[in-house]
Design a binder for this molecule. Structure first.
Ligand code: ADP
Ligand code: ZN
Length: 740
């Protein structure tokens, strides 16, 4: 063993200098912890190395998590590590992050690790890509038009892969391969990673206003310090927050460290990508669920090998193997899409702050409607608070008005009030654009029988079936069950009595088309927008005024600049308010504010109408007065009174299974063993609002503690003895956002 001169040799440096003989290996599987393995004499391993090991009768890939503790499994039962993989090691901070998230969410560390290793092929050496070019050999073959097209194309282009060549020529890849087999084309190897342009920090951004410059300078200074800091960049939609945090990214690029930007809805981020590319002269690397396997592989590898200076991604991008992350930006930090609801249940915004802490780097949270949690952290001085008070340039915030539906009742089977119809007419006459917002997909949320009152419900869930008239189906939005709309009531056999109740966007579109038959209308929902390319095209159509009326769900609410859009009609402003959810008011406020923010973003002023039966509700008051602070203060006071988050801690436990009595029995016994400590309360069990989901019966327990209580410790002790039958599942959600 090498003896260090320094007297303060810590355990970890000893571990590093001493050859690891036995290692703990974390496998990306939901196991309790890491497994011990022996390191064969010819293998040098260090913590963070990706390796293969035997697991039962198969081979598994894992990560060296450290030295095995003494007194583990007996030497003769220990198996040997098979090999070290040719991939950069996982940095120490990434490993600590996995452990941290695991401990916080009470998920097995291997389940968290799986998110960091979601692309197993990235760990294998890259296969060189095969490309094709014209061979010099004078070969005669039978010509077909497909072959001719390929040969004409290859004449003046560099070697291309079979897929590219086939796509360009409009033929199948077999045509290309056939030509190669015949010797007319020859195969050449392309370098695995062809050179990509990198974002250039020295590209100039726009001239910033005084407020913008001040915020940008502040953030640049934070990046230079390379220490942990959290800043809230808070400003109305259109204030230029993106331009400001681009400055922080430029600073971080100059320092040579990596940047991660988290966006809630990557499918809709074409505009963001375009802006980034314009600003920095090259696109960032991307990480989201719409990537192909080979794109995922390329991004994962580029991140691990420090070839991706900026990554923009959805929440799971947090678990990419950054060797040198220097800055995290969470745009639209209040957005619910940052909460992952199944598997490892975590909130990416909160975990981004943790990741910044562990990595001793700055994190910037960006929003026009920051979450109450974040505002309170800013008010308490835990976060820096940067405010951009005004829209950039001439753009003004829209005027927001309430349409009181109690005084102005809607006509039967109509969802647009006279006021809103008039506003639409004026807008269209002025040659401007309108958005009708309704956060409900499909044609009608409920179908019932007018003879007996029978409601069409999902057989697997406690939920109504939603009529989708375009696809001619009744659909469950929870489990995907679908059926055709019956003509005969399944309960009373009455014929032709099934009626649609309430509006969805399809029905609203029907009404708008009837009222304005000449207007060009488009509907944007997750049903009509399939993938980022389709989304980008729709957004472009709106921006370039190829559409007069846009009808959409929340996917149009976010981030876009539509210069001709001057009218926003919120068809049902009350929609999100019911349902006893802790954050119902806050979320409705955020959503409606974001939607309102689509109006009047350029030189033309905008107007917003909120159709509501509760014109005096604090949410409507805050939206019309623009007094966000007062609204947040009132919300905070309510939560503080009840010790609700962020003034207390909360965890939801949902037990589910197909056997209702079994689930009931287990939840009752779980409630009996609940901890009885000071500052801890356990509520329930109670049937979850979706008492049945995908055929599983669900019971909820809620653990509510004071802020001073270590909630995870209480949960761990409580659940340590729990033995669940394999048919019953327990899902733990720390800091729940959904109460369904
Ligand atoms: P936010 O992110 O706060 O909603 P953006 O950064 O999207 O605001 O800015 C709104 C619009 O104003 C964008 O089109 C942006 O390019 C433009 N903009 C913002 N600041 C400036 C500036 N200093 N110079 C020129 N254009 C700007
Ligand atoms: Zn269902």
């Amino acid at each position: 063993m090498r003896i260090d001169n320094a007297s303060s040799t810590t355990a970890s440096t000893t571990a590093q200098t001493e050859r690891l003989r036995r290692v703990k290996v974390l496998l990306p599987l939901p196991l309790k912890g890491a497994y011990d393995y022996r390191v064969p004499a010819d293998l040098e391993l260090a913590p963070g190395d990706f390796i293969t090991v035997p697991l039962g009768s198969r081979e598994a890939t894992g990560v060296v998590w450290g030295q095995a503790e003494p007194g583990g499994i007996a030497e003769d039962r220990l198996k040997d590590v098979i090999a070290r993989l040719d991939a950069p090691s996982l940095a120490e901070v990434s490993r600590r992050f996995v452990d941290w998230v695991s401990a916080y969410t009470l998920s097995p560390p291997g389940a968290v690790m799986r998110m960091a290793m979601s692309t197993p092929s990235a760990l294998l050496p890259e296969k060189p890509r095969t490309a094709y070019r014209r061979s010099d050999a004078p070969i005669e073959i039978r010509m077909t038009s497909a072959r001719r097209r390929v040969l004409a194309l290859i004449e003046d282009l560099p070697p291309m892969s079979a897929v590219e060549l086939a796509r360009e020529a409009g033929v199948g890849t077999s045509v290309v391969r056939g030509l190669a087999d015949a010797g007319v084309l020859e195969r050449v190897a392309l370098p695995a990673d062809s050179h990509r342009d990198l974002p250039d920090p020295l590209c100039a951004g726009p001239e910033l206003s005084a407020d913008q410059r001040q915020a940008a300078e502040f953030l640049r200074a934070k990046v230079k310090q390379s220490a942990y800091s959290a800043s809230l960049l808070d400003g109305v939609t259109g204030a230029g927050k993106t331009e400001v945090y681009f400055e922080a990214i430029a600073e971080n690029l100059e320092s040579g460290r990596q940047t991660l930007v988290l966006l809630p809805e990557i499918a809709l981020s074409a505009e963001w990508l375009e802006r980034f590319t314009n600003r920095f002269g090259a696109a960032p690397a991307q990480w989201h669920s719409d990537l192909t396997q080979s794109e995922r592989r390329a991004t994962w590898r580029a991140v691990a090998e420090s070839r991706a200076p900026v990554v923009v991604g959805a929440r799971s991008a947090l678990f990419l193997p950054f060797p040198d992350l220097g800055l995290i930006v969470v745009d639209e930090e209040h957005d619910g899409a940052f909460k992952q609801g199944d598997g490892v249940v975590y909130h990416a915004r909160d975990m981004a702050v943790v990741r910044a802490h562990l990595g001793e780097i700055p994190v910037i949270l960006v929003s026009a409607t920051p979450s109450l949690e974040t505002v309170i952290n800013a008010n308490k001085g835990r976060y820096e608070h940067l405010v951009l008070p005004a829209r950039h340039g001439v753009a003004e915030l829209p005027a927001v008005q309430v349409v009181d539906l109690r005084r102005e009742p809607l006509a039967p089977r109509s969802w647009l009030s006279t006021t809103l119809r008039e506003a639409l007419r004026r807008t269209l006459e002025a040659g401007e654009q309108a958005l009708l917002f309704l956060n409900r997909r499909g044609y009608a949320p409920l179908t019932l029988c007018r003879a007996c009152g029978h409601r069409m419900e999902c057989p697997n869930c406690t939920a109504w079936l939603v009529e989708h008239r375009l696809s001619g189906r009744l659909q469950c939005h929870h489990c995907g069950y679908a059926t055709t709309l019956p003509n005969i009531c399944p309960a009373c056999d009455a014929e032709g009595k099934m009626a649609a109740c309430g509006p969805g966007v399809e029905r609203l579109a029907e009404e708008a088309m009837m009222l304005f038959p000449d207007a060009r209308l488009t509907t944007i929902t997750s049903d009509t927008v399939r993938g980022p390319a389709a989304a980008a095209d729709l957004i472009r159509q709106i921006r370039e005024h190829e559409v007069d009326i846009v009808i959409g769900t929340q996917i149009v609410a976010k981030g876009h600049n539509f210069p001709m859009l001057t009218l926003v009609g919120v068809v049902d402003a009350d929609l999100g308010l019911s349902g006893g959810d802790l954050r119902a008011a806050e979320r409705t406020y955020q959503l409606l504010h974001q939607v309102s923010g689509r109006a009047g973003r350029a030189a033309l002023p905008g107007t917003v109408y909120l159709q509501t039966y509760h014109p005096d509700h604090p949410v409507m008051a805050a939206l019309t007065s623009g007094d966000r602070e007062r609204f947040l203060e009132e919300e905070a006071a309510l939560r503080e009174d009840g010790e609700w988050p962020p003034f207390g801690r909360l965890a939801a436990l949902v037990l589910s299974g197909r056997d209702e009595q079994l689930v009931d029995r287990i939840s009752a016994s779980l409630a009996r063993t609940a901890p009885r400590a000071e500052g801890v309360r356990v509520l329930g069990p109670a049937p979850a609002p979706f008492a049945v989901l995908r055929g599983r019966h669900r019971r909820r327990l809620l653990m509510k503690t004071s802020r001073s209580v270590n909630l995870q410790l209480q949960l761990r002790r409580w659940l340590a003895e729990l033995k669940l039958p394999s048919t019953v599942r327990l899902q733990i959600d720390v800091d729940p956002y959904s109460f369904l």
